[in-house]
Design a protein around this ligand. Structure first.
Ligand SMILES: [Zn+2]
Length: 262
């Protein structure tokens, strides 16, 4: 599904506001140089894609991209279809922000993840149905499928519950993300980061798919879980695959940012 967001494709079919800002929006790969304007458009594109892909409904969730000494993030309480580049808020690492709108109420975990994880270039938070369903059970996702390792290890953790928008929630999220690029938030939703907006969106789709598959399997019986040794083998194969794909992309001058794809 994520392949629809290739580096040269616009987000066809996703409505954009009727204004002088009306122009194709793209999700740029980290390897492509981005101007602030392009990143603002990319954040909007990712937020709209999140809704179009069924990861989110209404104004729930939020998206950000690292920028200079902070990050660009979606504003609070604004429909993504009506959001324009100027509505995206720049939040500095010290918590100050500038823009006509207030930043997402969850700006704290965006800031703290960028600070804790230097590899994070973009963050996506959604209240997607299957991830949220599992998050309401306050349990993580075990290694029922090898693709769990795509997120850095043998499980997806569920962060302890804390009220939305609080520093406590941010602390819990950063702890649950240790060694991982995704987690569930208890009684709340999912949180994913990637090196860029495109990868974060791809990962969010992958995580929601795994959550649905795990939920479906649980309807029938307890899934058979993969052993730690097998997860280690899968992690090694993902690493090898990444190197091969990177080499091929370099030689072909092909599209960047697909190194980890299976
Ligand atoms: Zn939320």
């Amino acid at each position: 599904m994520g392949r629809a967001f290739g580096s040269s494709q616009s987000l066809a079919g996703i409505p954009t506001p009727m204004s002088s800002e009306h122009r194709p929006v793209r999700l740029l790969a980290a390897e492509q140089s981005s101007t602030e304007d392009e990143l603002r458009l990319g954040v909007i594109a990712a937020a709209r894609a999140m809704n179009a892909l069924g990861l989110n409904r209404g104004t729930a969730g939020n998206v950000s991209a690292r920028w200079r000494d902070g990050f660009l993030v979606t504003p609070t309480g604004m429909a993504y279809d009506e959001t324009l580049p100027d509505n995206i808020v720049f939040v500095r690492n010290d918590g100050s922000w500038c823009g006509a709108r207030r930043p997402s109420s969850e700006w704290r975990f965006h800031r703290d993840i960028y600070e804790a994880r230097e590899e994070a270039g973009a963050i996506l938070h959604a209240h997607s149905s299957f991830a949220t369903t599992l998050a309401c059970l306050r349990s993580g996702i075990p290694p029922f499928h090898y693709m769990i390792a795509r997120f850095g290890g043998g499980s997806i953790r569920c962060a302890d519950y804390a009220t939305f928008g609080t520093q406590e929630l941010s602390r819990n999220a950063v702890a649950a993300l240790e060694g991982r690029c995704a987690c569930l938030l208890a009684n709340h939703g999912m949180l994913v980061f990637g090196r860029d907006l495109r990868q974060a969106l791809d990962l969010a789709v992958e995580l929601e798919t795994l959550c649905e598959q795990y939920w479906r399997a649980r309807q029938i019986d307890e899934p058979v879980l993969l052993a730690d040794a097998e997860i280690c083998r899968v992690l090694e194969r993902f690493a090898d695959y990444g190197q091969q794909e990177t080499a091929r992309a370099d030689s072909d001058q092909g599209s960047p940012g697909r190194a980890e794809r299976r």
